[in-house]
Design a protein around this ligand. Structure first.
Ligand SMILES: Nc1nc2c(c(=O)[nH]1)N(C=O)[C@@H](CNc1ccc(C(=O)N[C@@H](CCC(=O)O)C(=O)O)cc1)CN2
Ligand SMILES: Nc1nc2c(ncn2[C@@H]2O[C@H](COP(=O)(O)OP(=O)(O)OP(=O)(O)O)[C@@H](O)[C@H]2O)c(=O)[nH]1
Ligand SMILES: [K+]
Ligand SMILES: [Mg+2]
Length: 427
């Protein structure tokens, strides 16, 4: 691959300004591009570049930041990097270090950093949309909202514990009852988020598995979808043995398509039998199954598209036509007939597995923290705990701590410590 036309070198930290000045001879006006002849320490010219100066803390990293927009040749970049390395206190950034600093300096939270990582890795439209939501603070704002609700509940519990008449047990019971209900409402909101598809599904791609009996035309179909000779096609039954996987984006949705060994009970040699086991495992793990066989033999799968393949071979045959009438798609990978309809069916089914527009998905780490918070908020109303304000308040605190882990902020935890510092011991 040829080097990019422009190569950007970014410098972050307290020495960024001095380094820029050393190479360009001056510090340009903040946040304005200007042209500068960069020179090394001996005065030798390095490149005529566009330079930018962003004084901290209002920068992406929260520190002083300088940028050199160089001609992108490897020789240019190497010479500028060598000149920078010769300056005191400068070193090459670790992978992800700029984002890490943005986090440590409070410019972004953990969920936003995770979103940025996904955004950098995004290859398809749905991946980009999903990652940008998280990088832009969609998840963080939801967490803030939940934490505000938790705090309000805690304040109510605290008021009751501190100011209620010691003898007025009924008042305390009523407060505990209301609190338990409010916690259940919040728990239901968290559950709704947990019911959404996981962000990993979008990042890693949905698994679409092609399965069916030998010679059904599975390999021919995956080759037509991938538009290349990925799998061997032959009239010999049992040609495909391994699972053959290829990434493919349909309408901007990342998917992984797999071709599998033809399923048959008898007549398979030992190697083919292993392939059939693998095919069955792939079918079980599939997000979407494309079944190229008699509809009555289709595996039990929640998202199965029944396909009548090789239509150019059997059109007019009564038995085949009857089977095809029970299928979702009739196609021929050889002639291309029905391929559009298959594409539409797959995308339609895939969309049921993706978050709806404007709904951010959560990563596994975030889901685990959210599930923990939900569990702290879920109380059996018949239990003794349900009537105990102290125990309920403690559950609220634990839920808030779990939510804190999503954004990586201890802010709420500190506020709660202050709040709880005012509780009397043993009350
Ligand atoms: N040349 C260049 N392009 C880039 C970046 C970069 O650092 N340099 N970015 C790499 O991240 C992204 C843009 N993200 C940025 C995020 C924050 C700020 C920033 O300076 N924020 C300040 C001021 C905001 C303003 O002026 O409105 C702030 O938030 O306080 C800059 C870029 C993508 N494109
Ligand atoms: N005319 C026609 N022939 C097809 C079509 N699809 C597949 N074939 C032929 O059918 C034979 C079997 O196709 P494959 O794609 O190898 O079938 P498979 O399901 O992968 O078979 P196994 O891997 O052995 O399970 C080959 O000779 C293909 O050329 C089609 O749509 N039309
Ligand atoms: K075959
Ligand atoms: Mg095959």
């Amino acid at each position: 691959m040829p080097p990019a036309a422009i190569g950007v070198v970014r410098l972050s930290g307290p020495r960024a300004g001095a380094a820029l000045e050393a190479l360009a001879g001056r510090l340009p006006a903040p946040r304005r591009a200007s042209l500068a002849l960069l020179r090394d320490r001996a005065g030798g010219p390095l490149d005529r570049a566009l330079i930018l100066w962003f004084p901290g803390p209002a920068t992406a990293t929260g520190e002083d930041l300088a940028e050199l927009h160089l001609h992108g040749g490897r020789g240019v970049i190497a010479a500028v990097e060598a000149a920078l390395a010769a300056l005191p206190g400068l070193r090459r950034a670790e992978p992800g270090e700029f984002t890490r600093r943005a986090f440590l300096n409070g410019r972004i939270d953990l969920a936003e950093a995770e979103g940025l990582a996904d955004l950098l890795a995004a290859e398809t439209e749905s991946q980009r949309v999903q990652a940008l939501e998280m990088a832009s603070g969609h998840v963080s704002r939801a967490v803030e909202d939940w934490q505000a609700r938790l705090l309000a509940l805690m304040a109510g519990a605290e008021a009751e514990l501190n100011f209620s008449d010691e003898d007025d047990v009924d008042d305390g019971d009523a407060t505990a009852h209301r609190l338990t209900e409010a916690m259940a409402t919040l728990a239901a909101d968290l559950s709704a988020w947990l019911a959404r598809p996981a962000a990993e599904v979008i990042a890693e791609g949905l698994s679409v598995v092609i399965a069916g009996p030998p010679n059904a035309g599975k390999s021919t179909l995956i080759n037509a979808l991938a538009q290349r000779e990925l799998a061997i096609v032959s009239p010999v039954a049992g040609t495909t043995r391994d699972v053959i996987e290829t990434p493919l984006a349909l309408d901007g949705i990342a998917m992984r398509f797999s071709d599998t060994a033809g399923l048959r009970g008898a007549g398979a040699d030992a190697i083919e039998a292993i392939g059939i086991d693998r095919a069955r495992a792939a079918v079980d793990a599939a997000d979407i199954l494309l079944w190229l066989g008699p509809p009555k033999d289709a595996p039990d799968h929640p998202r199965c598209i029944l396909i009548a393949a090789q239509v150019d071979c059997w059109r007019g045959d009564a038995a085949a036509e009857a089977d095809a009438a029970r299928c979702d798609v009739v196609l021929s990978a050889a002639t291309g007939e029905g391929m559009e309809a298959l594409h539409r069916h797959i995308v339609e089914m895939a969309r049921t597995l993706l978050p709806r527009e404007g709904e951010a998905a959560l990563r596994q780490r975030q889901r685990a923290a959210l599930a923990e918070a939900r569990n702290w908020l879920t109380i059996d109303t018949a239990s003794r705990e349900a009537g105990d304000l102290i125990l309920l308040a403690e559950r609220l605190r634990l839920a808030a701590a779990a939510l804190d882990r999503i954004t990586g902020r201890a802010g709420v935890e500190e506020m709660l410590d202050t709040l709880f510092g005012r509780f009397c011991i043993g009350k």
